[in-house]
Design a protein around this ligand. Structure first.
Ligand code: ZN
Ligand code: ZN
Length: 224
């Protein structure tokens, strides 16, 4: 599945691609107002966007994500502090079995007012649109998705395991060691078996040699 790299998405955001106010991850700050100190707390459950994860683990698209959010009006914009909780599905990197976990990710990000830079920054640093860490309000709207995405992905285990002591797979035969705790390849027994097999081969070889004997016997008798 094709997914837009984060940097591209942010660039597009910087180019003020219009936000859809009906999107569950677009927040309207109109009620909050712009008076510094104004505070609004809200909780909402949203369907997880697609491609929210890494190769081995992630939030299934459409899964319920619980968001607890605090919007605070500050001088230059709206400070968003929040926690996201979502189910994770993935694969144990040791035994390759499917696994399910819960993810909890905290985040905090300042969304600047569209005109904040014009008021508070010198003109020569007006290249802020290039700064990937700058998030901006679009009118009264802000898009939480890139912030949420970064927070969730950063919270994911890079090496998820089904349980901390998962013994993984047998490196010799690939059996799940959790299913067979006594699983063992007894090296000494293997060597004995190899010796027995070698003996059996030589005996079979002898039989074959004897099978050929009638002709050689005949030759022998002719010679005698
Ligand atoms: Zn495992
Ligand atoms: Zn094995």
């Amino acid at each position: 599945m094709w997914s837009r790299p984060v940097s591209d998405r942010r660039k597009q955001e910087a180019l003020n691609a219009p936000l859809d106010p009906r999107s569950p991850l677009v927040l309207d700050t109109r009620e909050l107002g712009r008076r510094p100190g104004a505070l609004k707390e809200l909780s909402r459950t949203v369907p997880a966007p697609g491609d929210l994860g890494i190769e081995v683990i992630g939030v299934p698209e459409g899964a319920s994500m619980e968001l607890d959010l605090r919007l605070e009006s500050v001088m230059d914009g709206v400070l968003v502090t929040g926690t996201a909780r979502a189910p994770l599905t993935g694969e144990c990197v040791r035994c390759l079995e499917p696994l399910e976990q819960q993810c909890e990710a905290d985040f905090q990000e300042l969304f600047s007012y569209p005109d904040a830079d014009d008021r508070s920054r010198p003109a020569d640093t007006g290249d802020d649109a290039e700064d990937e860490e700058t998030f901006r309000l679009e009118g009264d709207l802000l898009d939480l998705e890139p912030v949420l995405r970064d927070a969730v992905v950063l919270s994911l285990p890079l090496q998820p395991v089904c349980r901390e002591d998962c013994p993984g797979l047998c490196p010799r035969c690939g059996a799940r060691l959790a299913d067979d705790p006594d699983h063992d390849h007894n090296e000494a027994a293997d060597i004995r078996w190899a010796a027995l097999e070698g003996l059996a081969d030589s005996m079979r070889g002898g039989e074959k040699a004897e099978d050929n004997d009638p002709r050689s016997d005949g030759d022998d008798s002719q010679e005698k």
